[in-house]
Design a binder for this molecule. Structure first.
Ligand SMILES: [Fe+2]
Ligand SMILES: [Fe+2]
Length: 360
C-alpha cells in the first residue's frame, strides 16, 4: 500500500527506442512507472447539503427533465472529485436527483447497478422498478438492479430529492463496458405488479420455489444472480441499529453497523461491486486505512471525519469521500447516523482487499 516513486529511466540507444516506437511497443521498465497513475491522487472532500440544495434548486428551475438530451435523462447534481472530472471516485458515482411534481424521469435500464436513498420523499413519489411502484419515503433504500427497467414518477405536489449511487465509473470507465444501456419504448413502464410484490419474492417469507425474474434479452441473457428489486424501509433498519446499540459492542472503526444484504443470498454485499452499511455512531472511532474507497452520506447528526491531516466537518445530508489508503476515523458530535458506501467487494472478489491500523 506504499506508492513507489519512479526511479531514473534506464537509457536505451536511440536506435533501440525507434525500433520499439515504430512497432507500438514500450519496455516494461518505463511502462511500469505509468502503472497505477491513470488517476491522480483522489482527494478527501465534503459536499455540504446547503450547497447541494442550492445547485439542485437551480437546475430544477432551469432545466425540465423533458428537455434533457438523450442519455440518462435524469436531472442530477453530481459531486466531482477534481482529479477525476466525472464522479466522486473512480469506482463509485453518487448524485442528488430531483423530480418535480408531475414530472417523470423516463424508463430505461442498464448494466450498472444502482440504488436510491431517499432524502426528501413521500408516499406519492414512486420509483418504478421491474413492474412495481416503490414509494420513496425518507431514508428508504431501494435497489435498481442490473437490467431492470426503472422510471421515477412524482405524483405528489412536492419536489422529491434522493441520492443515486451507481458503479458507473467502474463499469463505463475502468471496464469500458459498451452497449449496456437501453431505453424503454414508453416514458413510464407498465405497472404489472402490486405494491409489495418483490418483498413477497425476496422478503422474510418467500416462495418455496425460486423467485421468477423476467428474462434479460440479448447478449446479457443468463447473467448470474442479479440483486433483486427491493426496498429496505428505514423504520426497520433504525430499530435494528438501536437493538445493536443496546446489546452489542460497536465495531471499532464503523460504530454500530448494519450491512444491507443481498435479499437473494441473505448476505452482503448488496451488489457485486458495492456494499452499503447503516452506521450509528455514539463515540469517536479508531483510525484505520484500507485500499477500498468509502463514500458517506449523513443521515442524521453532525461531527467530523478525520482523513489524514484534514477534518471533514459534516452535518445532515452532507456527502463526503474517504479515498483509498488514507488514515481516517469518525468523531460524531453526540449521536449520528451515516450511510456508508464502499467498493470493497470488488477488491475482495480479486483477493486484493487490505486493511490496517496506523502504527503509533
Ligand atoms: Fe438508471
Ligand atoms: Fe474505513
Amino acid at each position: 500500500m506504499v506508492q513507489q516513486e519512479p526511479e531514473e529511466l534506464l537509457e536505451m540507444s536511440s536506435e533501440t527506442r525507434s525500433i520499439l516506437e515504430e512497432h507500438h511497443l514500450r519496455p516494461l521498465w518505463e511502462v511500469e512507472d505509468d502503472m497505477g497513475r491513470v488517476y491522480g491522487d483522489l482527494e478527501p472532500n465534503v459536499w455540504k447539503w446547503e450547497d447541494l440544495q442550492t445547485a439542485i434548486d437551480a437546475i430544477e428551475e432551469d432545466v425540465p427533465i423533458a428537455d434533457l438530451p438523450p442519455g440518462f435523462q435524469r436531472r442530477v447534481a453530481v459531486p466531482i472529485n477534481t482529479s477525476l472530472g466525472n464522479a466522486i471516485s473512480n469506482t463509485i458515482y453518487v448524485g442528488v436527483q430531483t423530480v418535480s411534481p408531475g414530472e417523470t424521469a423516463p424508463a430505461h435500464r442498464h448494466g450498472a447497478n444502482a440504488l436510491r436513498f431517499t432524502i426528501d420523499g413521500n408516499e406519492e413519489m414512486k420509483t418504478v422498478v421491474a413492474g412495481e411502484e416503490f414509494p420513496m419515503e425518507n431514508n428508504d433504500l431501494i435497489t435498481t438492479p442490473q437490467w431492470e427497467w426503472h422510471d421515477h414518477v412524482n405524483d405528489s405536489d412536492e419536489t422529491a430529492a434522493w441520492l443515486d449511487v451507481l458503479d458507473l465509473p467502474l463499469v463505463l470507465d475502468s471496464l469500458n463496458a459498451k452497449n449496456t444501456f437501453e431505453y424503454h419504448e414508453l416514458e413510464r413502464q407498465p405497472v404489472t405488479k402490486t405494491q409489495g410484490y418483490w418483498d413477497s419474492q425476496y422478503g422474510r417469507g418467500r416462495p418455496a420455489e425460486e423467485a421468477k425474474r423476467d428474462d434479460i434479452p440479448g447478449p446479457f441473457e443468463g447473467i448470474q444472480d442479479p440483486t433483486p428489486p427491493y426496498r429496505f424501509g428505514w423504520d426497520e433498519m433504525v430499530e435494528s441499529l438501536e437493538q445493536r446499540a443496546e446489546n452489542d459492542e460497536p465495531d471499532p472503526n464503523d460504530g454500530y453497523s448494519l450491512s444491507y444484504v443481498n435479499p437473494a443470498s441473505g448476505k452482503p454485499p448488496l451488489f457485486p461491486t458495492m456494499s452499503f452499511r447503516a452506521q450509528l455512531l455514539r463515540e469517536e472511532t479508531d483510525p484505520h486505512f484500507h485500499n477500498a474507497t468509502e463514500v458517506y452520506f449523513v443521515i442524521e447528526g453532525e461531527g467530523a471525519t478525520h482523513v489524514g491531516d484534514e477534518a471533514l466537518e459534516w452535518s445532515q445530508w452532507d456527502l463526503f469521500v474517504v479515498p483509498p489508503d488514507q488514515i481516517h476515523h469518525h468523531e460524531p458530535d453526540g449521536e449520528a447516523m451515516l450511510l456508508g458506501i464502499t467498493d470493497r467487494p470488488v477488491f475482495e472478489a480479486f483477493n486484493l482487499y487490505a486493511e490496517a491500523e496506523p502504527s503509533s
